[in-house]
Design a protein. Structure first.
Length: 446
């Protein structure tokens, strides 16, 4: 009997849990779900056969390792910084490891020992990273097999609201870690376009947008992620002239978000200790110049270029021009802003989210330049069975299932860019409505 251990049963794990629990009914397996809240874990397992919930104290080394030693496969759904801790235990005890998070440098340092022990460690097998890698590599490998050359590759992904749940001017609510949303893009983004290296500092990021269109859904703002250049190696596109990976928001979101960036309200580098009774308006005013004659609205309009009505409406909707009390008065500007947003961007039970992903390729062929637009749209069911949880959890669950069935026979440290992984995973995802629609145009290369 194979024992699967899932560490962490947060919001993004529900489809993963359901899939693997169901597999335990028809295959010689058992599932252990370990979480800081064992009652929550028990509820998510729904009393299904061959499943059990356990208490997880990740800081308790002895109990953590005892739990890991029971498993044949460990899936970490913990915060990303905890993965190396779990992976080291798995390596020590000879247990296979899976996660949906980015492969860290600490993980890469284990590579030779993972290979020496004949273990399979798979990271980046969620949505982004994950489905983006697999779907892109399927197109890239197909083109290369025909002797074609990839000239340009841009890839965008966003976790947003389904159109029927877009009930605020931002057309956005939190479907993922709020802190990651508030801090998104900090640092310098880097990519290459038509052979020119491009570096975009944070204060310019939300000015450097590309309009991305999805049939039937309209326009989206696309802005570059922090590091696109390293993916030339990952995707085997060392000499490509254009490569960019980016994030999607609804059109107009980035212009309004840029107000917070320009004011410094996303800064996480210093602490504020504001007086009790501070209002949202006073918090906003703390980032504006002093002027005894001008209102907060006037000062903001003078300070921010192109401060138009749609942007004003978004700021106003959050209550920042009003006199409601701050939800918290201590912490960095980013932490206080996050508290404001969590109150306003809460996902309600009836809300449905949406995942949108699009790859844009230019491929040099014998007939000319072929442009490929490959688009994924996935809708959630409610605030529990979200599109985000579906697209993060199912690729990981399917990969574990395939591995335990002996259909993935690889060993070593991997991300899902090999046909042995991405072909069967993408094929299985289609059964759950997760598939790409491709549109192509051919242009004369002359």
């Amino acid at each position: 009997m194979h024992t699967i251990l899932i560490l962490g049963g947060g919001k993004s794990a529900i489809f993963l849990i359901d899939f693997l629990a169901k597999s335990c009914q028809t295959k010689d397996r058992q599932l252990i779900l370990a979480d800081i809240n064992p009652d929550s874990a028990t509820k998510k397992l729904k009393n299904q056969p061959n499943t059990q919930a356990r208490q997880l104290d990740i800081e308790d080394r002895e109990s953590r390792q005892a739990l890991i030693r029971e498993a044949d496969v460990v899936i970490s759904m913990l915060p990303a910084f905890m993965h190396p801790l779990v992976a080291k235990d798995c390596l020590h005890f000879g247990i296979h490891f899976f996660s949906a998070s980015y492969e860290s440098e600490e993980m890469r340092e284990m590579k030779s020992e993972i290979e020496a022990k004949g273990l399979f460690f798979l990271n980046e097998c969620g949505l982004d990273p994950g489905i983006d890698h697999m779907s892109a590599m399927q197109i890239i490998h197909s083109a290369k097999s025909k002797g074609e050359e990839i000239l340009s590759f841009k890839s965008y992904c966003g976790g947003l609201l389904a159109p029927e749940s877009e009930d605020n001017p931002w057309k956005y609510k939190f479907t993922w870690n709020p802190r990651n949303v508030v801090l998104a893009g900090q640092g310098t983004s880097r990519y290459i376009e038509n052979g020119d290296l491009k570096f975009v500092p944070y204060h310019q990021l939300f000015n450097r947008l590309e309009t991305i269109q999805f049939p039937g859904l309209g326009d989206f703002d696309g802005y570059p992620n922090r590091d696109s250049l390293s993916y030339r190696r990952v995707y085997g596109l060392k000499n490509i002239g254009t490569i960019l990976r980016g994030t999607l928001r609804r059109s107009g979101f980035c212009k309004a978000w840029n107000v917070f960036v320009q004011l410094g309200m996303c800064d996480d580098s210093f602490q504020m200790n504001l007086p009790e009774g501070t209002t949202l308006r006073q918090f906003l005013n703390a980032f504006l110049p002093y002027d005894p004659q001008l209102s907060v609205e006037e000062k903001l309009g003078n300070l921010i270029p192109d401060f138009d009505f749609p942007t004003w409406e978004k700021i106003q909707w959050l209550g920042l021009f009003g006199n409601d009390l701050l939800p918290r008065t201590d912490g960095s500007p980013a932490v206080i802003l996050q508290a404001i947003l969590e109150k306003n961007w809460k996902l309600y039970p009836e809300d449905k989210d949406m995942i949108v992903m699009q790859h844009l390729f230019q491929v040099k062929t014998a007939e000319g330049i072929r442009e490929i637009r490959s688009s994924l749209v996935c809708f959630g069911e409610d605030d529990t069975y979200t599109a985000m949880a579906k697209t993060v959890g199912l690729p990981l669950a399917i990969a574990v299932d395939l591995f335990l069935d002996g259909k993935i026979k690889l060993k070593g440290l991997h991300v899902p860019v090999l046909p042995e992984i991405y072909n069967p995973v993408l094929a299985a995802l289609e059964d759950y409505g997760i598939s790409f629609q491709e549109q192509e145009k051919l242009y004369d290369s002359a």
